[in-house]
Design a protein around this ligand. Structure first.
Ligand code: PMV
Length: 357
Protein backbone atom coordinates (compact mmCIF):
# COMPACT_ATOMS: atom_id res chain seq x y z
CA UNK A 1 0.00 0.00 0.00
CA UNK A 2 1.29 3.48 -0.87
CA UNK A 3 1.48 5.73 2.15
CA UNK A 4 0.63 9.44 2.06
CA UNK A 5 2.55 11.71 4.40
CA UNK A 6 0.88 14.81 5.79
CA UNK A 7 1.72 17.67 8.13
CA UNK A 8 -0.21 20.77 9.24
CA UNK A 9 1.23 23.83 10.99
CA UNK A 10 0.25 27.42 11.72
CA UNK A 11 2.36 30.60 11.72
CA UNK A 12 1.88 34.07 13.17
CA UNK A 13 2.23 37.49 11.55
CA UNK A 14 4.90 39.96 12.57
CA UNK A 15 4.69 43.75 12.49
CA UNK A 16 7.95 45.63 11.95
CA UNK A 17 9.01 48.44 14.27
CA UNK A 18 12.14 49.11 12.19
CA UNK A 19 10.89 48.68 8.65
CA UNK A 20 12.44 46.68 5.82
CA UNK A 21 12.02 48.57 2.56
CA UNK A 22 14.32 47.90 -0.42
CA UNK A 23 16.18 44.93 -1.86
CA UNK A 24 19.83 44.84 -2.92
CA UNK A 25 19.27 41.45 -4.60
CA UNK A 26 15.76 40.78 -5.88
CA UNK A 27 16.29 37.05 -6.60
CA UNK A 28 17.74 36.07 -3.23
CA UNK A 29 15.67 38.77 -1.45
CA UNK A 30 18.55 40.49 0.30
CA UNK A 31 17.49 43.75 1.96
CA UNK A 32 19.13 47.17 1.81
CA UNK A 33 18.74 47.52 5.60
CA UNK A 34 18.29 45.37 8.68
CA UNK A 35 14.89 45.41 10.46
CA UNK A 36 13.17 44.51 13.74
CA UNK A 37 9.65 43.22 14.36
CA UNK A 38 7.29 41.98 17.03
CA UNK A 39 5.51 38.67 16.42
CA UNK A 40 1.78 38.75 17.28
CA UNK A 41 -0.25 35.97 18.83
CA UNK A 42 -1.92 33.51 16.47
CA UNK A 43 -5.26 33.95 18.16
CA UNK A 44 -6.58 36.43 15.58
CA UNK A 45 -4.19 36.46 12.64
CA UNK A 46 -2.57 33.28 11.42
CA UNK A 47 -1.70 31.27 8.34
CA UNK A 48 -2.37 27.55 8.34
CA UNK A 49 -0.75 25.16 5.90
CA UNK A 50 -1.33 21.47 5.28
CA UNK A 51 1.10 19.60 3.03
CA UNK A 52 0.71 16.07 1.68
CA UNK A 53 3.49 14.16 -0.04
CA UNK A 54 2.75 11.11 -2.16
CA UNK A 55 4.53 9.19 -4.93
CA UNK A 56 1.13 9.08 -6.66
CA UNK A 57 0.81 12.86 -7.12
CA UNK A 58 1.57 13.77 -10.74
CA UNK A 59 2.70 17.29 -9.94
CA UNK A 60 3.12 19.67 -7.03
CA UNK A 61 0.05 21.89 -6.57
CA UNK A 62 -0.88 24.70 -4.17
CA UNK A 63 -4.27 26.11 -3.24
CA UNK A 64 -4.70 29.42 -1.43
CA UNK A 65 -7.64 30.05 0.90
CA UNK A 66 -9.44 26.94 -0.28
CA UNK A 67 -10.40 28.25 -3.69
CA UNK A 68 -7.59 29.66 -5.77
CA UNK A 69 -5.03 27.29 -7.31
CA UNK A 70 -1.71 29.10 -7.68
CA UNK A 71 0.22 28.62 -10.91
CA UNK A 72 3.54 27.39 -9.56
CA UNK A 73 5.41 27.41 -12.87
CA UNK A 74 5.80 31.19 -12.85
CA UNK A 75 5.98 31.57 -9.09
CA UNK A 76 9.69 31.87 -8.41
CA UNK A 77 9.28 32.63 -4.71
CA UNK A 78 7.30 29.49 -3.93
CA UNK A 79 9.65 27.49 -6.16
CA UNK A 80 12.64 28.83 -4.18
CA UNK A 81 11.15 27.68 -0.87
CA UNK A 82 10.23 24.25 -2.28
CA UNK A 83 13.65 23.76 -3.90
CA UNK A 84 15.68 24.81 -0.84
CA UNK A 85 13.73 22.64 1.63
CA UNK A 86 13.85 19.68 -0.80
CA UNK A 87 17.64 20.04 -1.07
CA UNK A 88 17.94 19.93 2.73
CA UNK A 89 15.71 16.83 2.81
CA UNK A 90 17.88 15.18 0.12
CA UNK A 91 21.05 15.84 2.17
CA UNK A 92 19.29 14.45 5.23
CA UNK A 93 18.20 11.31 3.34
CA UNK A 94 21.78 10.74 2.16
CA UNK A 95 23.11 11.18 5.68
CA UNK A 96 20.48 8.79 7.08
CA UNK A 97 21.19 6.36 4.24
CA UNK A 98 24.83 6.12 5.28
CA UNK A 99 23.81 5.41 8.85
CA UNK A 100 20.92 2.96 8.41
CA UNK A 101 21.06 1.94 4.73
CA UNK A 102 19.33 3.69 1.83
CA UNK A 103 16.56 1.04 1.65
CA UNK A 104 15.36 2.08 5.09
CA UNK A 105 15.09 5.77 4.22
CA UNK A 106 11.88 7.29 2.91
CA UNK A 107 12.71 9.22 -0.28
CA UNK A 108 10.25 12.03 0.48
CA UNK A 109 12.43 14.48 -1.45
CA UNK A 110 11.33 12.85 -4.72
CA UNK A 111 7.57 13.00 -4.00
CA UNK A 112 5.28 15.67 -5.39
CA UNK A 113 3.28 17.72 -2.89
CA UNK A 114 -0.27 18.98 -2.48
CA UNK A 115 -0.27 22.16 -0.42
CA UNK A 116 -3.28 23.97 1.09
CA UNK A 117 -2.60 27.34 2.64
CA UNK A 118 -5.14 29.63 4.26
CA UNK A 119 -5.20 32.87 6.21
CA UNK A 120 -7.90 33.65 8.76
CA UNK A 121 -7.67 37.34 7.76
CA UNK A 122 -7.65 39.36 4.48
CA UNK A 123 -4.78 38.38 2.17
CA UNK A 124 -2.46 41.06 0.70
CA UNK A 125 -4.20 43.93 2.53
CA UNK A 126 -1.12 45.19 4.36
CA UNK A 127 -1.67 42.82 7.30
CA UNK A 128 1.54 40.84 6.74
CA UNK A 129 -0.19 37.85 5.11
CA UNK A 130 2.87 37.07 2.98
CA UNK A 131 5.06 36.99 6.12
CA UNK A 132 2.92 34.43 7.93
CA UNK A 133 2.12 32.57 4.70
CA UNK A 134 5.70 31.95 3.59
CA UNK A 135 6.91 31.30 7.14
CA UNK A 136 4.16 28.70 7.43
CA UNK A 137 5.02 27.08 4.10
CA UNK A 138 8.68 26.69 5.04
CA UNK A 139 7.97 25.62 8.63
CA UNK A 140 5.41 22.98 7.54
CA UNK A 141 7.86 21.65 4.92
CA UNK A 142 10.56 21.40 7.59
CA UNK A 143 8.15 19.37 9.76
CA UNK A 144 7.08 17.11 6.90
CA UNK A 145 10.71 16.50 5.93
CA UNK A 146 11.78 16.21 9.60
CA UNK A 147 14.67 18.57 8.90
CA UNK A 148 17.23 18.80 11.70
CA UNK A 149 17.78 22.55 11.23
CA UNK A 150 17.37 25.68 13.39
CA UNK A 151 14.74 28.41 12.98
CA UNK A 152 17.54 30.74 11.84
CA UNK A 153 18.48 28.31 9.03
CA UNK A 154 14.82 28.12 8.01
CA UNK A 155 14.60 31.92 8.10
CA UNK A 156 17.09 32.08 5.20
CA UNK A 157 14.70 30.00 3.11
CA UNK A 158 11.51 31.82 4.18
CA UNK A 159 13.29 35.09 3.28
CA UNK A 160 13.41 33.90 -0.33
CA UNK A 161 9.61 33.64 -0.36
CA UNK A 162 8.89 37.03 1.19
CA UNK A 163 11.54 39.06 3.01
CA UNK A 164 9.52 39.77 6.14
CA UNK A 165 8.58 36.06 6.42
CA UNK A 166 12.02 35.28 7.85
CA UNK A 167 11.02 37.09 11.07
CA UNK A 168 7.81 35.04 11.55
CA UNK A 169 9.85 31.90 12.30
CA UNK A 170 10.35 33.24 15.82
CA UNK A 171 8.04 34.50 18.56
CA UNK A 172 8.67 37.63 20.61
CA UNK A 173 11.10 40.28 19.32
CA UNK A 174 13.04 39.47 16.19
CA UNK A 175 15.74 41.10 14.10
CA UNK A 176 16.52 40.40 10.47
CA UNK A 177 20.24 40.97 10.03
CA UNK A 178 20.73 42.18 6.45
CA UNK A 179 24.13 40.43 6.16
CA UNK A 180 26.90 41.35 3.75
CA UNK A 181 27.56 38.15 1.80
CA UNK A 182 26.52 37.98 -1.83
CA UNK A 183 25.06 34.49 -1.52
CA UNK A 184 22.74 35.60 1.33
CA UNK A 185 24.13 33.03 3.77
CA UNK A 186 24.33 35.65 6.54
CA UNK A 187 21.00 37.40 5.83
CA UNK A 188 18.94 35.78 8.56
CA UNK A 189 16.53 36.28 11.45
CA UNK A 190 17.62 36.11 15.08
CA UNK A 191 15.53 36.38 18.21
CA UNK A 192 16.26 39.46 20.35
CA UNK A 193 13.98 38.35 23.21
CA UNK A 194 11.14 35.87 23.66
CA UNK A 195 7.54 37.01 24.22
CA UNK A 196 7.86 36.18 27.95
CA UNK A 197 10.41 38.96 28.18
CA UNK A 198 7.83 41.78 27.94
CA UNK A 199 4.34 40.34 28.53
CA UNK A 200 2.87 43.80 29.28
CA UNK A 201 3.33 44.87 25.64
CA UNK A 202 0.22 44.47 23.50
CA UNK A 203 -0.86 45.44 20.00
CA UNK A 204 -4.16 46.73 18.62
CA UNK A 205 -4.94 46.35 14.95
CA UNK A 206 -7.25 48.86 13.32
CA UNK A 207 -8.47 47.42 10.04
CA UNK A 208 -9.26 50.53 8.05
CA UNK A 209 -9.51 48.67 4.77
CA UNK A 210 -9.23 45.00 3.90
CA UNK A 211 -9.03 45.65 0.16
CA UNK A 212 -5.94 44.36 -1.67
CA UNK A 213 -3.28 47.07 -1.74
CA UNK A 214 -2.77 49.13 -4.89
CA UNK A 215 1.03 48.89 -5.08
CA UNK A 216 2.50 45.58 -3.91
CA UNK A 217 5.49 45.77 -1.58
CA UNK A 218 7.66 44.15 -4.29
CA UNK A 219 6.81 46.81 -6.88
CA UNK A 220 6.86 49.62 -4.33
CA UNK A 221 10.28 48.80 -2.88
CA UNK A 222 11.98 48.56 -6.23
CA UNK A 223 10.51 51.82 -7.33
CA UNK A 224 11.75 53.46 -4.09
CA UNK A 225 15.25 51.93 -4.51
CA UNK A 226 15.44 53.35 -8.05
CA UNK A 227 14.10 56.85 -7.44
CA UNK A 228 14.27 57.96 -3.78
CA UNK A 229 17.27 59.88 -2.49
CA UNK A 230 15.84 59.79 1.03
CA UNK A 231 16.10 55.98 1.06
CA UNK A 232 19.92 56.07 0.75
CA UNK A 233 20.12 58.52 3.66
CA UNK A 234 17.93 56.15 5.70
CA UNK A 235 20.13 53.15 4.82
CA UNK A 236 23.45 54.89 5.57
CA UNK A 237 22.66 57.26 8.42
CA UNK A 238 19.46 56.23 10.18
CA UNK A 239 18.76 52.51 10.37
CA UNK A 240 22.13 51.25 11.75
CA UNK A 241 21.83 53.49 14.84
CA UNK A 242 18.09 52.80 15.20
CA UNK A 243 18.71 49.02 15.18
CA UNK A 244 20.95 49.44 18.23
CA UNK A 245 18.59 51.82 20.03
CA UNK A 246 15.52 49.67 19.33
CA UNK A 247 17.25 46.48 20.53
CA UNK A 248 18.32 48.31 23.65
CA UNK A 249 14.81 49.70 24.32
CA UNK A 250 13.35 46.17 23.98
CA UNK A 251 15.95 44.62 26.28
CA UNK A 252 15.42 47.41 28.87
CA UNK A 253 11.61 47.32 28.35
CA UNK A 254 11.69 51.08 27.89
CA UNK A 255 8.26 51.66 26.33
CA UNK A 256 8.70 55.39 25.82
CA UNK A 257 11.86 54.91 23.72
CA UNK A 258 10.38 51.88 21.94
CA UNK A 259 7.29 53.95 21.02
CA UNK A 260 9.27 56.97 19.83
CA UNK A 261 11.50 54.85 17.58
CA UNK A 262 8.53 52.85 16.24
CA UNK A 263 6.61 55.99 15.21
CA UNK A 264 9.68 57.71 13.75
CA UNK A 265 10.54 54.66 11.71
CA UNK A 266 7.01 54.24 10.37
CA UNK A 267 7.01 57.95 9.46
CA UNK A 268 10.33 57.67 7.63
CA UNK A 269 9.27 54.57 5.73
CA UNK A 270 6.15 56.41 4.47
CA UNK A 271 8.25 59.49 3.73
CA UNK A 272 10.43 57.28 1.49
CA UNK A 273 7.26 56.10 -0.25
CA UNK A 274 6.28 59.72 -0.82
CA UNK A 275 9.84 60.45 -2.04
CA UNK A 276 9.46 57.69 -4.66
CA UNK A 277 8.75 58.93 -8.16
CA UNK A 278 5.90 58.59 -9.00
CA UNK A 279 4.96 58.72 -5.29
CA UNK A 280 3.37 55.81 -3.45
CA UNK A 281 0.57 56.54 -0.97
CA UNK A 282 -0.20 53.76 1.47
CA UNK A 283 -1.81 55.91 4.18
CA UNK A 284 -5.30 57.34 3.74
CA UNK A 285 -7.26 60.04 5.61
CA UNK A 286 -8.30 57.62 8.37
CA UNK A 287 -4.67 56.49 8.84
CA UNK A 288 -3.57 60.10 9.20
CA UNK A 289 -6.42 60.82 11.63
CA UNK A 290 -5.22 57.91 13.80
CA UNK A 291 -1.69 59.40 13.77
CA UNK A 292 -3.18 62.70 15.04
CA UNK A 293 -5.24 61.03 17.76
CA UNK A 294 -2.23 59.07 19.08
CA UNK A 295 0.05 62.13 18.89
CA UNK A 296 -2.42 64.21 20.88
CA UNK A 297 -2.92 61.40 23.41
CA UNK A 298 0.84 61.16 23.97
CA UNK A 299 1.17 64.97 24.22
CA UNK A 300 -1.61 65.17 26.79
CA UNK A 301 -0.14 62.27 28.78
CA UNK A 302 3.26 63.98 28.87
CA UNK A 303 4.90 60.73 27.75
CA UNK A 304 4.66 58.23 24.89
CA UNK A 305 1.93 55.80 26.00
CA UNK A 306 1.02 54.53 22.53
CA UNK A 307 2.89 53.98 19.26
CA UNK A 308 1.32 53.73 15.81
CA UNK A 309 2.94 51.97 12.89
CA UNK A 310 1.76 51.32 9.32
CA UNK A 311 3.02 48.83 6.72
CA UNK A 312 2.33 48.91 3.00
CA UNK A 313 -1.35 49.72 3.52
CA UNK A 314 -3.65 52.06 5.48
CA UNK A 315 -4.23 49.77 8.50
CA UNK A 316 -2.81 50.94 11.83
CA UNK A 317 -1.10 48.79 14.42
CA UNK A 318 -0.93 50.47 17.83
CA UNK A 319 1.53 49.18 20.41
CA UNK A 320 0.87 50.02 24.06
CA UNK A 321 1.32 48.62 27.54
CA UNK A 322 -1.52 46.44 28.79
CA UNK A 323 -2.66 48.90 31.50
CA UNK A 324 -3.24 51.63 28.88
CA UNK A 325 -5.09 49.51 26.34
CA UNK A 326 -8.67 50.14 27.65
CA UNK A 327 -8.06 53.91 27.57
CA UNK A 328 -6.72 53.71 24.01
CA UNK A 329 -9.62 51.55 22.81
CA UNK A 330 -12.07 54.11 24.26
CA UNK A 331 -10.20 56.90 22.55
CA UNK A 332 -10.22 55.18 19.18
CA UNK A 333 -13.92 54.33 19.51
CA UNK A 334 -14.67 57.94 20.43
CA UNK A 335 -13.09 59.27 17.25
CA UNK A 336 -13.89 56.30 15.05
CA UNK A 337 -17.18 54.71 16.21
CA UNK A 338 -17.43 51.13 14.95
CA UNK A 339 -20.26 52.14 12.61
CA UNK A 340 -18.05 54.68 10.87
CA UNK A 341 -17.75 53.74 7.24
CA UNK A 342 -13.99 53.96 6.99
CA UNK A 343 -13.09 51.87 10.00
CA UNK A 344 -14.70 48.54 9.38
CA UNK A 345 -13.33 46.48 12.22
CA UNK A 346 -11.40 46.93 15.38
CA UNK A 347 -9.82 43.91 16.99
CA UNK A 348 -9.25 42.81 20.55
CA UNK A 349 -5.84 43.40 22.04
CA UNK A 350 -3.17 41.09 20.71
CA UNK A 351 -0.86 39.21 22.97
CA UNK A 352 2.56 38.43 21.69
CA UNK A 353 3.20 35.03 20.15
CA UNK A 354 5.11 32.61 22.36
CA UNK A 355 7.81 30.44 20.87
CA UNK A 356 7.04 27.03 19.49
CA UNK A 357 7.60 24.58 22.28
O1 PMV B 1 8.16 41.02 2.93
P1 PMV B 1 7.37 41.97 2.11
O2 PMV B 1 7.81 41.92 0.68
O3 PMV B 1 5.88 41.75 2.26
O4 PMV B 1 7.67 43.46 2.61
C1 PMV B 1 7.26 43.93 3.85
C2 PMV B 1 7.49 45.38 3.99
C3 PMV B 1 6.90 46.06 5.21
O5 PMV B 1 5.84 45.30 5.74
C4 PMV B 1 6.35 47.40 4.78
C5 PMV B 1 7.95 46.32 6.28
C6 PMV B 1 8.41 45.14 7.10
O6 PMV B 1 9.56 45.19 7.54
O7 PMV B 1 7.63 44.21 7.34
Amino acid sequence: MVQTHEKTATSPVNIAVIKYWGKRDTDLILPTNSSISVTLSKEHLQSKTTIRASPLFEKTRLWLNGIEEINLINNKRIQNCLRETKLLRKDYEEKLGKEIGMDNVLSLSTYNLHICSENNFPTAAGLASSASGFACLVYTLSQLYELPVSATELSKIARQGSGSACRSLFGGFVSWQMGSKRDGSDSQALQIASSDHWPELEALICVISDAKKGTSSTEGMQSTVKTSTLLQHRIDNVVPERMKLMTDSILRKDFSKFAELTMKDSNQFHACCLDTFPPIFYLNDTSRAIISVITEYNDKSGECKAAYTFDAGPNAVIYALKQNIPEIINLIFKFFPPSRENLTFFSDPFKLFSDRK
